[in-house]
Design a protein around this ligand. Sequence first.
Ligand code: SME
Length: 159
Amino acid sequence: MNRSRQATATREPVLHDLQTALKGSSRRQSVQSFVRILRDNFSSYSWVGVYLGRGDHLVLEAYAGGAETEHVSIPIGQGICGAAARTGETIVVPDVSQDPRYLMCFPSTRSEIVVPVTGRKGVLGEIDIDSDKLAAFSPQDKEFLEEAARLLATYLEKD
Ligand code: SME
């Protein structure tokens, strides 16, 4: 089995668990389980958060990882998070120290991925993951997290 097929094989059951998590009793609880599953299954995902769009801001709905961030509300257009929300495209930052858009939450963060959650009418929110490892996010991570974001979009549009 080549590396990329192996990566797909290990990520597939996690998508199933994420789908199950989105059957929680409330939105907050479902999204909390969703971020927890991502954090617990991948050792390089140091902090996992979901932000949801409210007007011209992104507001932190739930997170899993050591610390609370000061960035609980981010204007669309600011930071990596705000840039991804504006363009609707995933942003992978292999070395946060080299990206002038980066808003620091944790001094230990070395790389970051932000995956927009896009519904029928545009960006509903995003999955934001910080890693303490440099260049932690592979093309397989990106593909997997975009699939996870599609599950979340379907769930959020049911409200
Ligand atoms: N680093 C993000 C801000 C959110 S924290 O990572 C939790 C950014 O540049 O938008």
